[in-house]
Design a protein around this ligand. Structure first.
Ligand code: FE2
Length: 311
């Protein structure tokens, strides 16, 4: 037997009441959003005949998700981070702004306060013995193609076990390992030496993974490197590059892969290259330029403020 009560005057009045719309106090924007989301949820329960058992299983899952600190992890997993990017893309299209370097999701693992290095940085501390040396370099450009001296390239990535410093469950990594802020030189050039990161997945058995499995999905990401690129007079770019050849490069649970963000990675063993970077053996090289977009009416109209870790 199925009943439908969502459209009754009693339920509609009740939704207005629980959202505070019959009260003068509170925050109007919060009330509006709460009313909309609660209405959609009530309607879904009604339409799908969600049973009390199903509902309480969902509440228990939310409690576990919060206790595990994984709201920021399931968010990209359910495509919401990518959806926000698609909306920013659409806004840019409306404004006639072209992003030659596409934006993509930030993810939850940025930490503010990384050491600042001029021009060329070493990101890793050499303790990840499984790491294959990586050199990545390029130029930060404005939308006219001119280099942007002094641009700030914030970079962060994981080790070969898929762990980020500050979030390493083994506690083995020093603070800010594989995290730096690189200041581009007079020609707008940035560069760094590190190791090629590996892909990683959501914690096994976690509430995030359990939901993804229930959806018939996985919780794995291809290897990638995160960036914020910013400079005076330009909008801050949030993006990632993928390591080409990773089998999951087009099967990312967080939907961060985008055309233009999978640069060629070249294996080099020539003496000149090894010497040029002061290395002791073969390395992988990625050349990648970041293109920034200009401010809109003097402001960064897409600057995202969100709670972030700092150390
Ligand atoms: Fe990541």
């Amino acid at each position: 037997m199925s009943v439908k009560i969502f459209d009754t005057p009693d339920v509609q009045a009740f939704l207005r009441k629980v959202s505070g719309l019959d009260q003068a106090g509170g925050d109007p924007r919060t009330k509006r959003i709460a009313h909309r989301i609660l209405s959609d949820l009530y309607r879904a329960i009604d339409d799908l005949d969600v049973t009390p058992d199903e509902y309480w299983a969902g509440i228990a899952w939310l409690n576990e998700l919060g206790a595990a600190g994984q709201a920021g992890l399931i968010s990209p997993g359910l495509g919401l981070d990518h959806f926000l990017d698609l909306r920013l893309d659409a806004l840019d299209a409306e404004l006639g702004i072209e992003n030659r370097t596409p934006r993509t999701i930030e993810g939850p693992l940025y930490v503010a306060g990384a050491p600042v290095v001029e021009g060329f940085a070493r990101l890793d501390d050499g303790r990840d013995r499984n790491g294959h040396t990586l050199v990545m370099h390029g130029v930060v450009k404005g939308d006219d193609g001119a280099p942007v001296p002094g641009a700030r390239v914030e970079v962060w990535h994981c080790d070969t076990r898929g762990f980020y410093s500050h979030f390493d469950p083994t506690g083995e990594q020093a603070p800010f390992n594989m995290r730096r802020t690189i200041v581009a030189d007079e020609q707008g050039r940035y560069g760094f030496r590190s190791i090629v990161p590996k892909g990683y997945g959501v914690p096994p058995g976690s509430p995030t993974e359990r939901l993804l499995f229930a959806l018939g999905r996985h919780g794995q990401r291809p290897a990638h490197i995160h960036f914020f690129v910013s400079a005076d007079g330009h909008r801050k770019l949030t993006t990632q590059i993928n390591i080409a050849g990773d089998p999951l490069v087009n099967d990312d649970f967080a939907y961060a892969t985008r055309d233009g963000l999978v640069p060629r990675i070249v294996e080099r063993d020539d003496e000149a290259g090894i010497r040029a970077y002061g290395l002791d053996g073969p390395f992988a090289e990625i050349a990648f330029d970041f293109w920034l977009s200009p401010l809109v009416d003097g402001v960064d109209n897409q600057l995202v403020e969100r709670p972030r870790a700092a150390a």
